[in-house]
Design a protein. Structure first.
Length: 306
């Protein structure tokens, strides 16, 4: 297990070691979250790298990643624990067949830990000291307020209570990363227990650095044109602007097509890799895509002459 970074600069290097090119503002809040032992709440558009932070920390710090993928209707049974009812019923039937009729003893037996199915939150809290994992609570905004309220105990005291077994408290709190795409507002009570950061789209310079780090086989000309094209799209009137994840997917697709630079036909044929809504694709195809492409190629020529 790797030691935690001791400075903001070390945190930047730690993230960059796996190709995650973070701005200093993000590296600062990550460092403070690790130093202070506080959960980190990351909000931003889909595809900007929020979830990737947890994956990178788990990889670079040598810790297990435990992921709780949130969805509407998520409850304690799915997030923390549930009893293995089938196994309990078999235990009851076997006891009855053996003539064991001591109900109190049987009740204690069937609520033993061996019948407990441990879900993500309980797994994160039960890790031995020195092996605290990275706990990713992904897309919290998809759950309801009742589940948020339950999380308050977990994030405040790093403990959960199981009526049949008692309170289980973490020997060493996990590193907690919470993400939200902001489809709804998360309650202030939960946010106050976390450090907060809005993860926005990177500027062209940083996005180009990300592409070069993550897709080193792509030509420099292609990487530059893709980044400028995507940056231009984000400034337009789209239903859903492409994130960094879509930029990387597009570079990968173009590289697989042996493209060394963008041309109107290739752009039109591959817009479905970059954009995920038909209205946005229809708006960009044809003359609009060519206009943007001509604009960025002029910009690149101008930059090369200065």
């Amino acid at each position: 297990m790797t030691k935690l970074p001791t400075s903001i600069d070390d945190t930047v290097k730690l993230l960059r070691s796996t190709g995650y090119i973070a701005g200093r503002d993000l590296a600062t809040v990550v460092f403070l979250s690790l130093k202070m032992g506080r959960p980190l709440f990351l909000e931003g558009e889909a595809g900007v790298g929020k979830t990737e932070i947890a994956k990178v920390l788990a990889e670079t710090l040598g810790r297990k990643l435990i992921r709780l993928q949130c969805y509407e209707g998520l409850d304690i049974n799915s997030a923390v624990y549930e009893w293995n009812y089938s196994a309990q019923m078999i235990e009851i039937r076997l006891a009855e067949a053996a003539g064991e009729l001591d109900r109190e003893r049987l009740g204690n037996d069937i609520f033993a830990e061996k019948f407990l199915i441990k879900r993500a939150l309980l797994q994160a809290l039960e890790a031995p000291k020195g092996q605290a994992p990275v706990l990713l609570i992904d897309e919290l905004d998809r759950t309801d307020e009742a589940f948020e309220a339950f999380l308050l105990e977990v994030l405040s005291d790093f403990q959960v209570t199981i009526p049949e077994l008692g309170t289980i408290r973490a020997e060493e709190p996990p590193i907690v990363i919470i993400t939200s795409n902001r489809t709804r507002e998360v309650h202030d009570a939960l946010k106050r227990r976390c450090l907060y950061h809005w993860v926005g789209y990177p500027d062209a310079r940083r996005e180009l650095e990300i592409v070069r780090a993550r897709r080193p086989k792509a030509s420099d000309a292609l990487a530059q044109e893709v980044v400028l094209f995507v940056q231009s799209l984000r400034g337009g009137d789209l239903y859903k602007a492409p994130g960094v994840a879509e930029t990387l997917d597009w570079v990968t697709a173009l590289h697989e097509l042996d493209s060394l630079s963008l041309d109107p036909q290739t752009v039109n044929d591959t817009l479905g890799v970059l954009l995920k809504y038909q209205d946005d694709i229809s708006r960009m195809q044809g003359t609009e895509a060519k206009r943007i492409l001509d604009q960025i190629k002029d910009e690149i020529r101008t930059m090369s002459h200065t």
